[in-house]
Design a protein around this ligand. Structure first.
Ligand code: ZN
Length: 134
């Protein structure tokens, strides 16, 4: 695993939060993207070397809707960059970590992603992400 690729923050209203984080960072988001398979709308901010992803649920059964229902808005996950997501999934499974996704899936911002189960990681939801070669 490599550097933190981004931190994901669950929000109720992405337009309102875009304004809030724009004021906070002093610059606008650089991208908005719907990830239909996950039932979320995402927006991305680049802040120095760091990337922040805001996530709003687009349907009431999406993981983000359930998260906000249970815990309210806030930090949802930490994503780590990996070179080879398939071998990293294999390595972590062999270490005994429970994966939510045993196979990488297409995520936002041109990435292959897979989540670990937070039960296995002290309640921290961890995302692996690998840049898709263009
Ligand atoms: Zn993410």
């Amino acid at each position: 695993m490599q550097k933190i690729e981004h931190i994901g923050i669950a929000v109720k209203d992405i337009n309102r939060s875009n304004n809030l984080f724009e004021s906070l960072f002093g610059k606008a988001h650089y991208k908005i993207e719907d990830v239909e398979s996950e039932g979320v709308k995402t927006s991305f901010f680049q802040c120095g070397p760091n990337k922040i992803e805001l996530l709003e649920a687009t349907d009431k059964d999406s993981p983000i809707a359930k998260f906000i229902e249970k815990k309210g808005e806030g930090i949802h996950h930490i994503a780590f960059a990996v070179d080879d997501i398939e071998s990293e999934i294999k390595r972590l499974s062999n270490e005994g970590f429970e994966m939510i996704h045993n196979k990488p899936k297409k995520g936002a911002d041109n990435k292959l992603i897979a989540f670990l189960h937070p039960k296995a990681t002290n309640g921290v939801l961890i995302e692996l992400c690998q840049e898709i070669a263009k």
